[in-house]
Each structure stands twice: as structure tokens, then as C-alpha cells.
Design a protein around this ligand. Structure first.
Ligand code: ZN
Length: 260
């Protein structure tokens, strides 16, 4: 009898089938683990941003930085003559690591705003948002506007830049604090950006699309959660099904609604 060398075709097929089966079993688990890791990074981002808010307030008689962009997610605008933006307040010394502005989950969502006046802070590959130091895509020019995946509500007054529009609160949400004296667990400082205006819905959250959707609908069937930074200094995960309209104002683009 001759010693057999190599595999038969059947043996090879069996091995391939076993590998395929293992991958089918393991891949969802791996993807879930990766998602969970990114979710934890995002929560850490929110906690660090909370800390920055309170550190800033401590150094400024308890007041949070004035924040007068058109929407809470706009953090830098070189056209603002008064520099009343969170970028100028934080950039100088409080936020040394701009990476905490990037949610790894929404980063995957990709380029968001199609509006040309709303220069997205895309990286060289034309995706993502977040980061002080972002450039206009494909150039070395700093972006005039930076938007992040997070909405910052502390001492935020929507303005473009006059008049200052009053904010209405819904579903039991209490007004955003201007200072630490107004801080309590039933007020919110930070959430992911989920916003509707006359242009559509921007769902820059976990399980969102990030792109401009024409239907004003939050997909609350998704059992995905988003971190929320509360005004008492701690952060919670809130299920998407619990995401509600909590604030609105009439802005230069009509009615603007904030969900978190
Ligand atoms: Zn996130």
C-alpha cells in the first residue's frame, strides 16, 4: 500500500465548510464586541466633556461657557465677531485632546451635511466629523465651521447671531443650565445630535443615518442606546426608544427640534 499524500477533494470541502461555519458563528459576536467597545469610548467622551464643562465653570464663577451658535453642535465659527462660541472657550486650555469630540460609532456613518455653507469636518478620506483641528476637505485650510456628533446644551442660546431665539422644552425636560447652581439630574448638558428642521432630520446618533433625511421620523424601534450627559455630572445610556422631542426653537431654518 502506498502512503497517501495531500487531501482528497471531499476532505478539502469539509474543511472549508467547517471554517465557513465557524466564521458565521464568530463574526456576529466579534462585531457585537467591537460595537460595545466603541459605545464605551463614546461614553468616555461624554464623561470627559462633562468634566471639561465643570472645570471651566469652576474657573469662571460657576458659569458654563457662553454658546451662541445656530445649533448646539456647531463649535467653531470664525465669522462670529464676539467669539461667543464654545470653541474659543474650550480650545485655549480646557480641551487638550480633540479626539474626545469624535464618536467612533457616528464616525462610521460618514459625511453628513450636504449643505455647502456647513463645511463638514471631514478627514482626508472624506468621512467623519469632530476635532478642533479639522481642515476643509482636501486642503490645508482650517474649517470655518466644525460640527460634532455631540450637542452641547450648557449655557446654549440659539442665535444667528441676533435675535436670540427662546427655547421651548417638551416632555418634562427642564431648561438647560447656564451655571452650576442650576445643575440637577433632570437637566441635560450633552447628548448626541439628533435634530429636525425644515431641511430634514439629522440623526447623528448611534443607530442614526447621519445624513439628511426628508422624513421627520426617529427610528425608535432600534434598541440602541446613546450616552446622555446629565447636569448633575453623571452620564447615562438612554435607549433610542426613549429618545423624545425635548427642546425646540424657531431658527433661521424654521422650526428646529432637538431629540435626546
Ligand atoms: Zn457616540
Amino acid at each position: 500500500m502506498r502512503e497517501r499524500k495531500g487531501f482528497t477533494l471531499i476532505e478539502l470541502l469539509v474543511v472549508i465548510a467547517v471554517i465557513a461555519l465557524l466564521m458565521a458563528i464568530l463574526l456576529p459576536a466579534l462585531q457585537k464586541a467591537k460595537y460595545q467597545a466603541m459605545r464605551v469610548v463614546c461614553m468616555s467622551n461624554v464623561r470627559q466633556q462633562l468634566m471639561i464643562f465643570f472645570t471651566y465653570a469652576q474657573d469662571n464663577d460657576g458659569k458654563f461657557p457662553p454658546h451662541m451658535e445656530r445649533v448646539p453642535m456647531r463649535v467653531k465659527d470664525t465669522f462670529d465677531p464676539n467669539e461667543l462660541n464654545i470653541w474659543s472657550a474650550f480650545r485655549k486650555s480646557y480641551m487638550t485632546n480633540s479626539q474626545i469630540l469624535i464618536c467612533p460609532i457616528t464616525r462610521i456613518i460618514g459625511a453628513h451635511y450636504a449643505n455647502t455653507d456647513f463645511v463638514p469636518n471631514m478627514d482626508a478620506r472624506g468621512r467623519t466629523f469632530g476635532g478642533w483641528d479639522s481642515k476643509v476637505a482636501g486642503t490645508n485650510t482650517p474649517s470655518s465651521v466644525i460640527s460634532v456628533a455631540y450637542n452641547w446644551y450648557a449655557n446654549f442660546t440659539p442665535s444667528e447671531w441676533e435675535p436670540v431665539w427662546p427655547v421651548t422644552f417638551h416632555n418634562g425636560e427642564r431648561p438647560w443650565p447656564k451655571n452650576t447652581v442650576e445643575c440637577s439630574s433632570d437637566r441635560t448638558l450633552i447628548s448626541h445630535n439628533i435634530m429636525a428642521n425644515e431641511w430634514g432630520l439629522y440623526d447623528n446618533s448611534h443607530g442614526g443615518t447621519g445624513t439628511q433625511q426628508q422624513s421627520l421620523k426617529i427610528d425608535s424601534s432600534k434598541q440602541i442606546d446613546n450616552p446622555i450627559g446629565l447636569a448633575d455630572g453623571h452620564a447615562i445610556y438612554r435607549l433610542k426608544s426613549k429618545t423624545l422631542l425635548r427642546a425646540s426653537y424657531v431658527g433661521d431654518r424654521g422650526l428646529a427640534e432637538l431629540y435626546y
